[in-house]
Design a protein around this ligand. Structure first.
Ligand code: SAM
Length: 234
């Protein structure tokens, strides 16, 4: 019966792994069909991009500048960067160089023209799922992760955040900006993602060995969308 239990366990784990694979491949297929535009990146809410970027700029500027434990402005990493909406208007204006990582090659291709002349300061375009991506240890002043964590399973998110922590320079900062559910975990079958509530997100952050040093809700977004929170972690 011990052997039987083990065999059953093995097949159950196979099912779990198959489900996990399907969760990621479904999302990849979803994003492949999305036009490489700001509107595409924001699910039709392109009009809120400026409010978003301005809120992020104010948030980030609290940490930049001279002084002990201030965050440097050498290099930033844009995670789930898409065509580079955030790289263009938030990160390239504030950092010397930027790296981008996204699972959709078509978006990274588009970035090369979308970013224009300043795009020359993008050092690396990594085409990779965040569940498999390892930031180079000690490379980044800021690792910006926006509107993409819902595409990772809990375990993969924790592991990824832990690797991000290793990717920071002294004084560096991981920033997560994302939708938060009112309560529980809300699945989205269309793009194959989940939306987590804040207590769960905070728990996963702690499991990754990171502390929340600042947290804000993005204001002035439309009533009908999820609340968006920004968390600074180190
Ligand atoms: C809602 S868009 C946000 C894009 C960008 N962060 C922004 O705010 O403009 C989500 C992005 O995540 C990417 N993505 C989805 N799953 C991913 C994964 N597992 N790893 C890396 N990128 C992923 C998609 O290709 C898409 O570019």
């Amino acid at each position: 019966s011990c052997l039987l239990a083990r065999v059953l366990w093995f097949y159950r784990m196979e099912d779990v792994n198959e489900d996990k694979k399907a969760f990621y491949t479904k999302a990849e297929h979803y994003w492949k069909d999305i036009p490489p535009t700001v509107d595409g990146m924001l699910g039709g809410y392109g009009s809120i991009s400026s409010i978003d970027i301005n809120g992020s700029k104010k948030f980030l500027q609290k940490f930049l500048g001279e002084g002990k434990l201030k965050t440097g402005t050498g290099c930033a990493l844009d995670c789930g960067a898409g065509i580079g909406r955030i790289t263009k208007r938030l990160l390239l204006p504030l950092f010397h160089t930027v790296d981008m990582v996204d699972v959709t090659q078509e978006f990274l291709d588009k970035a090369k023209t979308y970013l224009g002349e300043e795009g020359k300061r993008v050092d690396n375009y990594f085409c990779c799922g965040l569940q498999d991506f390892e930031p180079q240890p000690g490379r980044y002043d800021v690792i910006w992760i926006q509107w993409v964590i819902g595409h990772l399973t809990d375990n993969h998110l924790v592991d990824f955040l832990r690797r991000c922590r290793g990717g920071l320079r002294p004084g560096g900062l991981v920033v997560v900006k994302d939708n938060v559910a009112y309560e529980g975990v809300v699945p989205d079958e269309v793009d194959s993602s989940v939306c987590r509530d804040l207590p769960l997100l905070r728990k996963l952050v702690a499991q990754a060995g990171l502390s929340i040093v600042h947290e804000e809700q993005q204001l002035n977004f439309p009533e009908e969308i999820y609340q968006v929170h920004t968390l600074a972690l180190r």
